[in-house]
Design a protein around this ligand. Structure first.
Ligand SMILES: [Zn+2]
Length: 304
């Protein structure tokens, strides 16, 4: 499905995929996983590079599961680092709320970058020229990378085989965010990729059904934004569990009441007491088989 020069280091849900693009000008890595997985990221990279140097690291967007390994990869390889232009002020200021880091109980080691890429620019990665394409609104500044020659799209969290990343701006009062998400899906549909490399999960070539599922989900959120708020809270809890591995159920109300993003979504959309929020989360996530109860703890049932 993919050219031999492109290799996807497929991860679970705590760490985004790493995409290696090899060419005459060196090897480029797109996205670096979650910080806790940095040793695993370095080992996967070493194995895949097989002694070749890593020339460049490029990020699709600056969320913890895509930039968490940046510092470690830079320290090991001394590679040039490129981020989306819109993320630069947030990275310069290390804005833990806008980057959805401490605000969401997520972490990434602070890193610097060498240059930025803006939508419309073309970047050589591996054997191909890739067009940077704006991909709001999971992250308002996110980029996708498109190879017209190969008709392959590196989509980040704008499109997965089954869904897309939480539309955070829509939960923080941005009334254009759902329309932007629809426009991003329209952009992907117009490109008609032969294959999509998502930020999470395997590369896929059944792009039309994936788009249909994504539009279907988006329509549900367009009808009722509180539905997206409930989805987002569940995603945040599962992500926290993947990182912590287990959490005593008795501590979940206090956790919900202490994490900024959960407080904010609850205040705007749900209006639940911390106890009611915790009880709803446990019931819903257990029923969806996303988590299990084990000796009074919640444990995740999906791969970290
Ligand atoms: Zn993301």
């Amino acid at each position: 499905m993919l050219p031999a020069s492109i290799q996807v280091l497929q991860r679970g849900w705590l760490s985004s995929n790493g995409i290696l693009l090899a060419g005459r000008e060196g090897v480029t890595l797109v996205d670096s996983g979650y910080g806790d997985h940095a040793p695993q990221t370095l080992a996967l990279l070493d194995h895949a590079l097989a002694g070749r140097p890593l020339a460049r690291l490029v990020n699709t967007h600056c969320h913890s599961d895509h930039i968490g390994g940046n510092r470690a990869v830079q320290a090991r390889h001394g590679c040039r680092t490129t981020i989306p232009a819109g993320e630069a002020p947030l990275i310069d200021a290390w804005d833990e709320e806008a980057l959805i880091l401490g605000f969401a109980d997520q972490r990434a080691e602070r890193f610097g970058y060498d240059d930025t890429l803006a939508a419309g620019e073309v970047v050589r990665m591996g054997e191909h020229e890739w067009q940077a394409i704006a991909a709001p609104a999971h992250d308002p500044h996110a980029l996708m990378f498109w190879s017209p020659e190969e008709r392959v799209l590196i989509a980040g969290d704008a499109l997965w085989e089954d869904g897309f990343g939480v539309i955070f701006p829509a939960l923080f009062g941005d009334t254009h965010a759902l329309a932007q998400t629809r426009a991003t899906l329209d952009t992907i549909a117009r490109l008609a990729p032969r294959a999509v490399i998502p930020g999470h999960g395997a590369a896929f070539d059944r792009v039309v059904p994936a788009l249909e599922r994504a539009y279907g989900r988006l329509e549900g959120f367009e009808r009722d934004l509180s539905r997206h708020a409930r989805h987002a809270v569940k995603v945040m809890i599962v992500f926290a569990l993947l990182q912590k591995r287990r959490m005593p159920i008795a501590t979940l109300p206090a956790y919900c009441a202490s994490i900024g993003i959960l407080q904010r979504i609850n205040r705007e959309f749900l209006g639940l007491t911390p106890e009611a929020m915790a009880a709803w989360l446990v019931e819903d996530l257990v029923r969806a088989r996303a988590v299990a109860q084990e000796d009074g703890d919640l444990v995740p049932l999906i791969a970290a």
